[in-house]
Design a binder for this molecule. Structure first.
Ligand code: FES
Ligand SMILES: [Fe+2]
Length: 330
């Protein structure tokens, strides 16, 4: 069994984004997390998220409807309350007693940063923070760029975001290292919930913050006195301009990932967000092509699997180790 498969119980204890805010309405909607269908909707009290599988005969509850605050299965009309308990079974009549086991798993659910987040079990960590408290600071403007679905594991996706050694091959004209593909020495520092490291390519200081398991901030600070054009700033930049790209990989299944990308900046507030979002489809497609071509789709966590370069792959090596530490001792 791949170690990433063994991580599934640990991953149930983190918040994962499952949809954008606008995708979740009063209509039940099916999303997927860690291989499980989840039905999500809004009622008068807020968000509801429960297993999308009727306890009676397994019909997806997302194909039902909400009536008077109860989610009704379309097959035999069993009605679920917002805690996942069956409140009414028509076949039992008005006086019937609903069996106490008649309930589905109810997930922790919340809304933040333009997304709806689910934690299947009591979460052991809060939502990932941003490096400059971007959502709360008036000096920063942050927005959700878009979401993408890849046929790859969340681990493979985040490792791709960690790995800047591929930029000069996959992202020509977008985000290459300004001083070429040779990787100079750089330091990785462990943190309470992940790691940080930075790489100076003479134009940009690229500071990375990883929050386990699947959040990576790529904070690009213009350091060249002359400024210069980088792919994420469509116009010319000046020293001190910072753009942070945040990747959050939501593990919908072992080999499928829903990716949320956010962009934050401390400059060019008058420039429309759309100008900063331009180019992402192309760059994400460039990454998708290589990551979906990786075999196996799950990230091998045994250090003897795949071949690592001590320095150039040190971010990946450290990430695999952190993931290994999440898995239960075997
Ligand atoms: S399958 Fe849902 S009520 Fe029978
Ligand atoms: Fe990439």
């Amino acid at each position: 069994m791949m170690l990433e498969t063994m991580l599934q119980p640990a991953l149930r204890r983190y918040w994962h984004p499952v949809a954008t805010t606008s995708e979740i309405t009063a209509e039940p909607k099916r999303v997927k997390l860690l291989g499980e269908g989840i039905v999500v909707y809004r009622d008068d009290h807020g968000l509801v998220a429960m297993r999308d599988q009727c306890v009676h005969r397994g019909v997806a509850l997302s194909t039902g409807r909400v009536i008077d605050g109860l989610l009704e299965c379309p097959y035999h009309g069993w009605q679920y309350d917002r805690s996942g308990a069956v409140a009414h079974i028509p076949a039992l009549g008005a006086d019937g007693t609903v069996p106490s086991q008649a309930r589905v798993w109810c997930h922790n659910v919340r809304e933040a940063h333009g997304a709806v987040w689910v934690a299947p079990e009591a979460p052991i960590a809060d939502l990932p923070p941003w490096p400059d408290d971007d959502w709360n600071s008036p000096d920063w403007h942050v927005f959700l760029v878009d979401t993408w679905v890849w046929k790859a594991s969340a681990g493979r996706m985040i490792e791709n975001a960690i790995d800047f050694a591929h930029f000069n091959f996959v992202h020509e004209g977008f985000t290459e290292l300004a001083d070429g593909p040779f990787i100079k020495p750089f330091e990785i520092t462990p943190t309470d919930d992940g790691m940080v490291y930075a790489y100076d390519d003479t134009l940009l200081m690229r500071s990375y913050t990883l929050h386990m398991p699947f959040t990576l901030h790529d904070r690009k600070s213009v350091i060249a006195a002359s400024g210069g054009r980088t792919w994420s700033e469509q116009g010319d930049t000046k020293a001190g301009d910072v753009t942070t790209i945040t990747f959050i990989a939501s593990p919908t299944d072992r080999a499928e990932t829903l990716i949320f990308v956010f962009l934050s900046r401390n400059h060019s507030f008058d420039t429309p967000d759309a100008e900063f979002a331009a180019g992402f489809n192309e760059v994400m497609e460039q990454d998708r092509m290589v990551v979906e071509a990786q075999d196996p789709p799950e990230l091998p966590l045994d250090p003897r699997d795949e071949l690592h370069l001590k320095l150039a792959d040190s971010g990946s090596i450290a990430y695999r180790k952190l993931l290994r530490e999440l898995a239960p001792a075997s």
